[in-house]
Design a binder for this molecule. Structure first.
Ligand code: PRX
Length: 632
């Protein structure tokens, strides 16, 4: 058995057993599905202490050959990307595998014509339009390393990411439309590039048609460039372990890090999980509502679905435009069969009431999924009943930017589901729960720190330009394990429930921010002396951001001071990182050694004022009373 497609609970159990007993044989069988220019010499070589993980070493391939060329004979006319625009009055686009192949080849030639080559870093800052998928695949076609930056990030964030990756190329658009809002995308890029002298070329896709400044010698229009290139571009041959992309994500330290994924393992794993978790069938229309700027969009809008030869719906807009029924209308309009979204979206649409759901039939749906943060039971049941109509299995998929693909989830309709539990590890994934001292907890019905003790094919390989940081962040806390940063519970039967982060990472609407990252941004305001940021439970966003700020002088106009802070955070990171609550304080609870006692700040933010614990070791215990009294 290759266990390539799991169709029953017994298949899952057997596949899982084989994947643990003979991981190399298991993954080699999955890898056989693909087009390799050269087969691998070794399936897996690894050492978590280095860390060094290599899958399919010696193998040569190109992921776009597997996403595109491989399908042309049998699926050339099938829709690869089904694009739904922001404006429902505008026509949707269906791009066939053949057409996507041609567009990717042409774009790849444009990249090359402009000097980009294998190994170069290309920063992509674009709205959710087909050219974004084309740009990503065009980079992969020539072996350039894409670094997609979510188009909600600020100019400063783009600049930081371009500089860190030393990207000489940028792909962007003139503007973008999100709901009723228009955003001048190119102008944001221009601002970022003021501090990025290393950028040689900016390729601009005309999308909204608005006026933009084009810097002679640096900026070119894609449509002009396309006229000058051939329609074909054979895929560059890559080694399995050549980098495919960098994606920046936040951790407990101030600066986001560039998570690096490589070609071979990422390909095998995203395809495997896509087909099995969602129980994808050839005719299905699959819709993942994430943005390509996050890992979910990389793995389950672009690579996973295209590797499987699926039709992947890409949506430009937002769930509430023109009204809060848009998701449900789009599902009916395109006959979506598999729908994959985030708990924050479910909760916010749930809050809008059923009037937006009722007019839609949703009868095409077969499977519904959730990703990005814990889904609370209320939202789970609402999703199950009102969207899944009590007939669609829910897959609650737990994974991370660093894991590349889904690690824990039930398989739709195959393995059982349980509200608020991501449930079962994927074949090849060996989760463990650890005590804070690093001891494996063997029993069930326990909570612990979630770690993984064996590599899976799409595990993070390094953090760009700083391998030591990768080692320290993920492989040094508990020797011999990949540490996830999450806490989890295992129930009596062995299902996993993710409780949330145990480090200084806040998950806001499924987006990760480091507390230090937001503090650094707040501290950019001249009059801010110090700040401390914590997360607190938020009905819609999952977690909200609570900032305690010490100002130079007593704050006389708190509203004005708050808006200044919000503006600074928007400028430094982007509007998604704006604190929900800001409290001005005269001091922070610190130990005698100067460490901020975040536990106390968290309790105050959560309004758990009676369970602050021991405060006697603080340098100045009185500050706690002030903070409690001033809670916002
Ligand atoms: O805390 C977990 C949470 O999101 C974190 C990873 O965030 P990011 O790298 O941005 O990737 C998000 C999309 C894969 C995890 O450490 N998380 C993700 N999925 C779930 C989740 N928490 C609970 N349940 C999930 N299904």
């Amino acid at each position: 058995m290759s266990y390539s497609r799991l169709r029953s609970n017994a298949d899952y159990t057997n596949a899982y057993a084989q994947s643990v007993a003979e991981p190399e044989a298991f993954w080699a069988a999955q890898a056989e599905r693909f087009t390799w220019r050269r087969k691998w010499d070794h399936v897996l070589q690894w050492d978590f202490n280095a860390p060094q993980v290599e899958w399919f070493k010696g193998g040569r391939l190109n992921i776009t050959e597997n996403c595109l060329d491989r399908h042309l004979a049998s699926r050339g006319d099938k829709t690869a990307i089904l694009w739904e625009p922001n404006d429902p009055g505008e026509e949707a686009q269906r791009i066939s595998y053949r057409e996507l192949h041609a567009r990717v080849c042409r774009f790849a030639n444009v990249l090359e014509h402009n000097g980009a080559k294998k190994g170069d870093r290309v920063c992509i800052y674009m709205p959710m339009i087909p050219d974004l998928a084309v740009a990503v695949l065009a980079c992969a076609r020539i072996g350039a390393i894409h670094s997609v930056v979510f188009a909600g990030f600020s100019a400063q964030s783009i600049a930081d990411r371009i500089q860190d990756a030393d990207a000489a190329f940028v792909i962007t658009t003139d503007g973008m439309a999100r709901g009723a809002k228009k955003v001048a995308v190119k102008a944001i890029v221009d601002e970022a590039l003021r501090t990025c002298p290393g950028v040689k070329r900016v390729m601009v896709v005309r999308h909204t048609g608005e006026e933009v400044d084009m810097q002679a010698g640096r900026d070119v229009w894609l449509h002009d460039e396309l006229k000058q290139v051939d329609a074909d571009r054979p895929a560059e041959e890559m080694a399995s372990e050549d980098p495919l992309f960098i994606l920046y994500t936040s951790g407990s330290t101030g600066k986001p890090k560039g998570v690096v994924h490589t070609c071979g393992g990422y390909m095998v794993y995203t395809d495997y999980t896509f087909r099995n978790v969602f129980q994808y069938e050839e005719q299905d229309v699959f819709w993942c509502t994430a943005d390509v700027g996050w890992v979910t969009g990389h793995s389950y809008i672009i690579y996973g679905p295209l590797l499987a030869g699926a039709t992947s719906l890409m949506f430009e807009g937002i769930p509430t435009y023109p009204d809060a029924g848009r998701f449900w209308q789009v599902i009916d309009k395109h006959g979506v069969n598999i729908f994959y979204t985030a708990p924050t979206a479910i909760r916010s649409l749930m809050a809008q009431g059923l009037d937006f759901v009722r007019p839609c039939s949703l009868s095409s749906l077969k499977v519904i999924g959730s990703v990005g943060e814990p889904i609370n039971e209320e939202a789970w049941h609402w999703y199950k009943e009102h969207i899944g109509k009590d007939r669609c299995p829910i897959v609650d998929t737990w994974w991370q930017t660093e894991t590349g693909g889904i690690l824990i989830s039930s398989l739709a309709g195959i393995t059982d589901e349980k509200p608020s539990y991501a449930a079962w590890p994927m074949p090849g994934v060996q989760p463990v729960l650890l005590t804070p001292e690093g001891k494996e907890i063997m029993e069930n019905e326990v909570e612990g720190l979630l770690a993984i003790k064996f590599p899976w094919p799409s595990i993070i390989r390094t953090t760009w330009g700083d391998h030591e940081r990768c080692r320290q962040t993920y492989f040094s806390s508990y020797k011999g394990y990949y540490f996830t940063g999450d806490g989890a519970r295992r129930d009596a039967e062995g299902r996993y429930r993710i409780i949330g982060r145990v480090d200084d990472v806040i998950n806001v609407s499924g987006h990760r921010f480091g507390t230090a990252e937001i503090e650094n941004a707040i501290n950019e305001s001249e009059w801010v002396v110090e700040s401390a940021v914590v997360g607190y439970p938020h009905d819609i966003k999952g977690q909200g951001i609570y900032a305690y700020v010490i100002a130079e002088k007593p704050v006389t106009d708190p509203d004005q001071a708050r808006s200044e802070i919000l503006a600074t955070v928007t400028k430094m990171i982007g509007p998604i990182a704006k604190p929900d609550k800001i409290q001005f304080v005269s001091g922070l609870p610190k130990t005698r050694s100067g460490k901020i006692m975040r536990r106390i700040l968290r309790k105050v933010a959560e309004n758990e004022l009676n369970s602050l614990g021991d405060t006697t070791t603080l340098l100045d215990p009185a500050v706690v009373d002030e903070i409690k009294a001033g809670r916002v």
